[in-house]
Design a protein. Sequence first.
Length: 154
Amino acid sequence: MKIVKLLCVLGLVLGAFSFGFAEQTKRTASVAETKGVVEVKIGKGKWTPAKVGMELNQGDIIRTKKDSWALVNLDGMAETATVELKQNGQLKMAELLENKDEQAQTTLLDLALGEILIEAKKLHSEKSKFEVKTPTSIVGVRGTTFSVSVEATN
């Protein structure tokens, strides 16, 4: 009898934890256009040439070389934003999450180097976040067009 009670309690606890974690789902981004030498690093893999239509997930990195650029669409409940990564840039899709129950999205882009031009759509809810992280700051956005740049230090 004690074993049955213990298993019931354990099942309830595990069910509560899985429900809490199930709320957030991962979103994706996709490479919409490229010009010149554009590469992606999927997960911990090696740098490979970017292709139009290629899917980028949370943790993936895209970079551009001299005289090159890439346009990335951030998807979610609708297209969340378009991001143009200009030449000699490196951008990580640090967080791409969605909570469908709350109609909220979390977007965190990590710009290590270069310049991006973002056209962000209006956020879906007050709980949504759209941020760009650089080595020296974090910028929050509520829906607008803006650019962020990071220069290399020697």
